[in-house]
Design a protein around this ligand. Structure first.
Ligand code: CP
Length: 302
């Protein structure tokens, strides 16, 4: 049986994205409704999370549904050797929808093929994080008043950052101009540059985060260097503090510029920037509740 799931942002057309964003706006106006009364959602987190898991659980709770699940896979029968296949088969007998984060790229697609209920990918390795993208799009639209024709500068770990990969795909519907700022070790993988070329998307690459390279930027999308994806921690140490955003760097940026970050932040944004009116990352995380309410209700046909 084929059921609708959200595994990759490419599962959504442009029209679907816009429809979900409208739904999210309605949920922001009224996040407490009993739409999910009687529904149970499982949050299966095989990797650590703060925002994604808690905002999904908040989204469900505020809509009157219930949540089961785990935040620590070491407490599950996976430690006794149970396969992901069997785990998904079991959980899909208990609940109406599965939200899963897993370190293995493709794990969410695999789960969606096994499950007889919808699966939402809450991050699979360095691959995709589509609901993060929906809240990123929501935040961009809310702060810029539009999604079309924006200059988006992505900074940091563009190799392993799954939120970067998903957002590039989604923005391809809206004629962006990208600037990718990364050290050589963390450059955007070739497949994503090929994707941009195939879609006729303009982009440039830099290795310096300086005033000149962000002078025309509308959205400055900062990212953390993804320590957990490095096999050699010596390599991580070499690049971990490669970019640190400070207020002084923002002085001559456009008035409409907003700083986004999927979070968690480590050192890449100085704490002083939190008070800058261009910082939007905490509101961005809050928007995750509304975007996820919209995605859940859409997948459940509500
Ligand atoms: N943005 C994000 O995925 O955060 P968490 O890892 O805390 O869920």
């Amino acid at each position: 049986m084929s059921v609708k799931s959200l595994v990759s942002i490419s599962d959504y057309s442009k029209e679907k994205i816009l429809q979900i964003l409208d739904k999210a706006a309605a949920f922001e106006k009224n996040p407490n409704q009993k739409i999910l009364d009687g529904k149970v959602v499982a949050t299966l987190f095989f990797e650590p999370s703060t925002r994604t898991r808690l905002s999904f659980e908040t989204a469900v709770n505020r809509l009157g549904g219930r949540v089961i699940g785990f935040a620590d896979a070491s407490t599950t029968s996976g430690t006794k050797g149970e396969t992901l296949k069997d785990t998904i088969k079991m959980v899909s007998n208990y609940v109406d929808l599965i939200v899963m984060r897993n370190p293995i790229e493709g794990a969410a697609r695999y789960a969606s093929e096994i499950s007889n209920i919808p699966v939402i990918n809450a991050g699979d390795g360095a691959n995709q994080h589509p609901t993060q993208t929906m809240l990123d799009l929501y935040s961009i639209k809310k702060t810029q008043g539009r999604l079309d024709n924006l200059n988006i500068c992505m900074v940091g770990d563009l190799k392993y950052g799954r939120t970067v990969h998903s957002l590039i795909m989604a923005m391809s519907h809206f004629n962006p101009t990208f600037s990718f700022i990364a050290p050589d070790e963390l450059k955007l993988p070739e497949q994503h540059k090929m994707f941009c070329k195939s879609q006729g998307i303009k982009f440039e690459e830099h290795s310096e985060l300086n005033e000149q390279n962000i002078a025309d930027t509308d959205i400055l999308y900062m990212t953390r260097v993804q320590k957990e994806r490095f096999t050699d921690l010596f390599e991580y140490e070499k690049v971990k503090n490669v970019y640190i955003l400070k207020n002084s760097l923002l002085e001559h940026t456009k008035p409409n510029l907003k700083i986004l970050h999927p979070l968690p932040r480590v050192n890449e944004i100085e704490q002083e920037v939190d008070e800058n009116e261009k910082a939007y990352y905490f509101q961005q995380a809050k928007n995750g509740v509304y975007a996820r309410q919209a995605v859940i209700c859409d997948l459940l046909g509500l």
